[in-house]
Design a protein around this ligand. Structure first.
Ligand code: ADP
Ligand code: MG
Length: 227
């Protein structure tokens, strides 16, 4: 079962992942109240569809005022987005997420998934955030870091620190990145997920924040995942 970005972020936040503040809107007028409630000066309006690649297809818009947010929601709601992940028919947008803009210094990649070859949960990270990981794997596989997790111990702080250093995080960013990665792993386990993907995982000053998020729940676990 696929979750929307905003649902994935809500779950990740419960486990301690830093996310921008945001709200779902079903009608354009609602965007005004959201923008006034969240600190600016920049907000991002994002189509909620079960596919990535929204940015390049016009489904992610940066706005600088409440009026522009209302306009962006008007433009995006009802739009049929065609991205490399939707197929040619595209997907119609019925929900839009309005969130705080993050001042991004670097875009990194993080995922937790089941690696069929090693039959273990694997944490993957890369300095090439914001790009499709399939492209990175095809063109620059050396830029993908992997940690295979022993189910008896789970993900440990040293695993996360190794990834943080491999990603070039410095000073306070190491603690922030380590916390985010351990929290993403905890969410993966608690939700019976088959995938948690944070792309980009953004470095912003001393912070490390999930700017995009995708969770797939393993259908075999749904009976104990009522929420
Ligand atoms: P998709 O992967 O579907 O294209 P993302 O959520 O990854 O959608 O957004 C695409 C890009 O837009 C990100 O890589 C990032 O550069 C920018 N972006 C998205 N949300 C924010 C935000 N809240 N603040 C700043 N930039 C953002
Ligand atoms: Mg993304």
């Amino acid at each position: 079962m696929n979750l929307h970005e905003y649902q994935s972020k809500e779950l990740l936040a419960k486990h301690g992942v830093r996310i921008p503040k945001g709200s779902v809107v079903l009608e354009a007028v609602e965007a005004e109240e959201v923008v006034h409630r969240l600190d600016g000066p920049v907000w991002v309006v994002k189509a909620q569809i079960h596919a990535g690649g929204r940015g390049k297809a016009g489904g992610v818009k940066v706005v600088k005022s409440a009026a522009d947010a209302v306009q962006a929601v008007t433009d995006i709601l009802g739009m049929t987005l065609v991205t490399p992940q939707t197929g040619a028919a595209g997907k119609e947008v019925s929900r839009v997420y309005v969130e705080q803009g993050v001042d991004i210094d670097r875009e990194l990649y993080l995922s937790v998934l089941v690696d069929r070859a090693s039959k273990r949960v694997t944490v993957m990270a890369s300095t090439e955030g914001g790009m499709d990981i399939e492209d990175v794997a095809a063109k620059t596989p050396e830029k993908i870091l992997r940690v295979i997790i022993d189910p008896a111990t789970g993900m440990l702080p040293f695993h996360a620190r190794a990834l943080a250093f491999g990603l070039g995080l410095k000073g306070a960013q190491v603690r922030a990145g380590t916390k985010l990665m351990l929290a993403a792993y905890a969410a993966f386990i608690a939700c019976d997920a088959s995938l948690v993907e944070i792309n980009p995982m953004a470095v912003s000053g001393e912070d490390v924040i999930a700017v995009d998020a995708k969770i797939n729940i393993d259908d075999n676990g749904l009976f104990r995942q009522q929420e």
